[in-house]
Design a protein around this ligand. Structure first.
Ligand SMILES: Nc1nc2c(ncn2[C@@H]2O[C@H](COP(=O)(O)OP(=O)(O)OP(=O)(O)O)[C@@H](O)[C@H]2O)c(=O)[nH]1
Ligand SMILES: [Mg+2]
Length: 252
């Protein structure tokens, strides 16, 4: 497997990564995500934990089972608590064994090559969280609706001001987080707002963080499970975390 180009810092050389891949009614994008991440993470990849919704169609489940049969580092897990993406991500985080967990979607919208950029950040400084941002470079959102674009942009600004963040994207579910934070945080998100919580909560807990640029491309197969009402759950999560912080209840 290819090693990252520059030689790793001795500290980084010993680190391992568990990938958490939530899956609900996807098909050919799953093996593409798995192979893309294998290439990007190379020898640092310890395991991929696919947490599959039991409401997925049989084809999705059979693709994941067959990946698990062929590859010992690919673990198939049926999602135990339902419904909701948040439960799936939390299940994966709880079972991860690597020093870091990489969270990425399985629907083909995220670029697996960004995972290598995240790892490279660890060569220079000790970090707990590296988030992928769609807002660092122009034209990084392909196929994103105009209204969604403006709402998302305003929401990022809102959170930056609310929490004094130095990152431009706090709601994307694509990031590398140290297992220490992943398994000590008191996660509350049950649905898609988990994508926001897995960035904000560790930061409020004191995680050292940076961002790297990524490109997001709208899915060409399947459909999003995130409906418009779900946007209010993101707002609810921001307010919940603000309240927790104000009351000194964000446990480190
Ligand atoms: N296990 C599990 N996976 C889920 C669930 N809901 C969504 N997913 C997966 O989580 C990822 C993100 O879900 P999407 O519904 O595409 O949501 P999104 O990308 O945040 O929203 P959009 O920006 O609207 O596409 C995809 O890979 C889905 O297959 C769920 O309830 N359980
Ligand atoms: Mg999606």
């Amino acid at each position: 497997m290819p090693k990252p180009k520059s030689s790793p810092h001795p500290w980084l050389a010993k680190k391992s990564v568990s990938v958490i891949l939530p899956v609900y009614a996807e098909d050919e994008t799953i093996p593409l995500a798995v192979s893309g991440l294998k290439q990007a993470l190379g020898p640092y990849l310890l395991e991929t934990i696919a947490v599959v919704s039991p409401h997925s169609p049989p084809r999705t489940i059979s693709i994941c089972r067959s990946l698990a049969r062929r590859d010992r580092s690919f673990h198939f897990e049926m999602q135990a608590r339902n419904p909701g993406l948040g439960w799936a991500v939390r299940q994966g985080l709880a079972h991860a064994r690597g020093d870091y967990v990489l969270m990425m979607d399985s629907d083909g919208e995220m670029d697996p090559r960004t995972a290598r950029l995240m790892l490279q950040q660890l060569q220079h400084q000790p970090l707990d969280l590296i988030v992928a941002s769609r807002w660092m470079q122009p034209r990084s959102l392909i196929g994103y609706g105009r209204l969604k674009y403006h709402i998302n942009r305003s929401f990022q600004l809102f959170n930056r001001l609310l929490f004094g963040l130095s990152i431009s994207d706090c709601s994307l579910g694509y990031k590398l987080l140290s297992r220490r934070f992943a398994q000590s945080a008191q996660w509350k998100g049950r649905r898609h707002e988990i994508a926001l919580e897995t960035t904000l909560r560790p930061i409020l807990m004191g995680a050292r963080y940076v961002q790297v640029p990524t490109r997001w491309t709208a899915r060409t197969t399947g459909s999003s499970k995130n409906n418009w009402g779900g946007n209010f759950r993101y707002l609810g999560m921001s307010l919940r975390l603000l309240a927790e912080r104000t009351m000194g209840r964000v446990k480190a």
